[in-house]
Design a protein around this ligand. Structure first.
Ligand SMILES: [Zn+2]
Length: 313
């Protein structure tokens, strides 16, 4: 009687790997191999047997979490100080407000990287409070901006308002009606951003890394290889969730205000900016910076991988 069991595990893109965990006590090891060989032959699959316990994913250490909060606190403080300076306000106060905001962006990213339903949405809104504190540094009061897909809801000085990112919106509409893409409503609600499934196996390679998913202008794209062939899960989405929040910070704190400064003096500029943002500079600048840095050295990739080290994708 054998109490050995086979455990199926994802083996990236090379196929299925059986991991064999021996539960025999006192059986000579060649017997285990023989039994295993019989079992494997019976499956009719090309399989590789490993007589060892499966190695669990590395896990996100407390050190990673603290370091992440510290780095984002520094980024928040610096950005807050710059915003306070631009607004001719107290730099130190701006840095303090930015520091608190930076810690909140870290809390948001760590939440969005966690594998539970709705983590991206929740993390995005927590991060949005942080980004609002950072970008309001030097203002009399904080304007809170909460992104929901390509729309942002604003609350400041007891008034509600809304804004639409034109680039994000057009991309979302285009992808919704593009024949080989499909909006995944469940995943979109979970991530707080439109998530599309694309009918292609991957997005090519960057260095030695297979790109199975992508994040672009307020959307997330999942190729077929993003999904585990056995479990159907697409844990890479938690990695992309982190990129969504990074983009929120980058656009709200840097590129959208820059665009507004350029558009405002133009004819109809003020009218356009009442409820709209162009949203072109962020993706263009992001794309250009990406070309300058190898994939594995990009700080935003290191953050996304570091915060999802507990996941296999
Ligand atoms: Zn990435």
């Amino acid at each position: 009687m054998t109490n050995a069991f086979l455990r199926l595990a994802d083996n990236g893109h090379t196929g299925v790997r059986f991991i064999y965990r021996a539960g025999h006590h006192g059986l000579p090891s060649h017997w285990r191999y023989l039994m295993l060989a019989t079992q494997l032959a019976g499956t009719g699959l090309q399989a590789q047997a490993i007589v060892q316990a499966p190695t669990p994913p590395a896990g996100v250490t407390a050190r990673t979490r603290v370091d992440n909060a510290a780095i984002n606190a520094v980024i928040g403080a610096l950005t807050g100080a710059v915003w306070a300076t631009i607004r001719d306000s107290q730099r130190l106060k701006g840095a303090e407000q930015g520091l608190v905001g930076g810690v909140l962006t870290s809390v948001g990213r760590q939440t969005a990287a966690s594998p539970f339903n709705g983590s991206g949405f929740l993390g995005r809104e927590v991060s949005a409070v942080g980004v609002s504190l950072i970008t309001s540094a030097g203002q009399r009061s904080t304007t809170f901006t909460f992104p929901v897909g390509p729309v942002s809801l604003e609350y400041g000085e007891h008034e509600y308002d809304w804004r639409l990112n034109v680039t994000d919106f057009l991309l979302t509409i285009g992808m919704t009606f593009y024949p080989s893409t499909r909006l995944d409503v469940g995943k979109s609600l979970s991530s707080g951003v439109p998530v599309f499934r694309i009918r292609r196996t991957d997005f090519g390679k960057s260095g030695d890394v297979d790109l199975t998913a992508a994040q672009l202008a307020g959307t997330v794209l999942l190729s077929r290889n993003a999904f585990d062939p056995l479990t159907g899960k697409a844990d890479v989405i938690y990695h992309e969730n982190v990129h969504v929040l990074q983009e929120d910070y980058f656009e709200e704190a840097i590129t959208l205000p820059t665009e507004r400064a350029v558009i405002r003096p133009l004819p109809f500029g003020r009218r356009f900016l009442k409820h709209l943002d162009l949203g072109v500079l962020g993706p263009v600048l992001g794309g250009l910076i990406s070309r300058l840095i190898p994939y594995r050295s990009r700080p935003w990739e290191r953050e996304a991988y570091g915060l999802t080290a507990n996941l296999k994708y």
